[in-house]
Design a protein around this ligand. Structure first.
Ligand SMILES: C[S@@+](CC[C@H](N)C(=O)[O-])C[C@H]1O[C@@H](n2cnc3c(N)ncnc32)[C@H](O)[C@@H]1O
Length: 265
């Protein structure tokens, strides 16, 4: 999102944060340029706290966008990552993966979340950062996705969402920025129920990422100052809405669910 001439000091001010010490070691301009929403490195780092990632594990980063989270996980935890995305071409991500020196651990592919070509029971972990809301609210989707996880494999998501369900009533201070697809925003409580309902997975964790709304606002603060000019007013308007909202409505749900092992008897 960052403009080509973005000031590195501004990027550092908004993208280096003590809550995310591992992410802080990465070039802030790189982080900001290739993020497609609230910093995916921060989302990956906060999710990784809840996952027991070990070297050699197979991880699917579903909806990886520009694959910075995939690169981060490979570097930080030694996991093997498939960086799968619909809108971003794998060739673009491959160049970034090579530049980062993790070409032995990260494989970029073009993928549609409903048409995955992997073997069943292939992945130890599936993560999805600011992407699962695009396909995972469908009642039937989890039954499809969990096929690709090993028994007791883990799904971890961080999504744009809500503190509580709105039941169709959008708060006045957010109404002018509310888009139709925000109806896919949900609360941690909703995600817990949604992912456990079919009896295929056990939700082990469902909360709001601590200070998530502030991190989301920081993303727009950065955009208001350093995005390509056409985005700046849009970002500034969202900074104002987040400031009015103060985390009452919007947040970043973080959910971890484990695939239930079938009884073979
Ligand atoms: C807001 S971007 C977030 C990307 C990245 N995870 C990040 O945080 O910067 C959402 C991503 O979800 C991906 N996506 C949306 N629908 C998808 C689908 N049906 N299958 C695969 N990826 C999808 C898009 O290609 C896009 O890159």
């Amino acid at each position: 999102m960052l403009a080509d001439d973005a000031d590195p000091a501004t990027a550092a001010e908004k993208l280096v944060h003590p809550q995310f010490p591992r992410s802080a070691a990465y070039d802030p301009v790189w982080q900001g340029r290739y993020a497609m929403g609230p910093n995916p490195l921060w989302l990956a780092e906060s999710l990784a706290e809840l996952l027991d990632l070990r070297p050699g594990m197979r991880v699917l980063d579903l909806g990886c966008g520009r694959a910075t989270s995939s690169i981060f996980l490979a570097k930080e935890f030694g996991v093997d990552v498939v960086a799968a995305d619909l809108w971003v071409r794998p060739e673009e991500n491959w160049a970034r993966i090579i530049d980062s020196g993790v070409q032995a651990r990260v494989m970029p592919i073009h993928a549609e979340a409903h048409d995955l070509k992997f073997a069943h029971e292939y992945f130890d972990v599936v993560i999805s950062l600011d992407a699962y809301q695009y396909f995972g609210t469908d009642d039937l989707y989890l039954a499809y996705l969990q096929q690709f996880l090993v028994p007791e494999g883990v799904l971890g998501i961080v999504v744009m969402g809500l503190t509580e369900e709105l039941n169709g009533v959008v708060p006045e201070h957010l109404a002018d920025g509310w888009k139709w697809d925000f109806h896919a925003f949900h609360s941690p409580r909703w995600w817990r129920e949604h992912l456990s309902r079919a009896g295929l997975m056990t939700v082990e964790h469902a909360d709001l990422l601590p200070d998530g709304w502030r991190h989301w606002r920081r993303w727009h603060e950065l955009g208001a100052r350093a995005a390509e000019p056409r985005w700046r007013d849009f970002c500034a308007a969202w900074v104002r809405r987040f400031t009015l909202d103060e985390g009452r409505t919007l947040g970043l749900p973080r959910v971890v669910a484990r695939k239930i092992k079938k009884d073979s008897s």
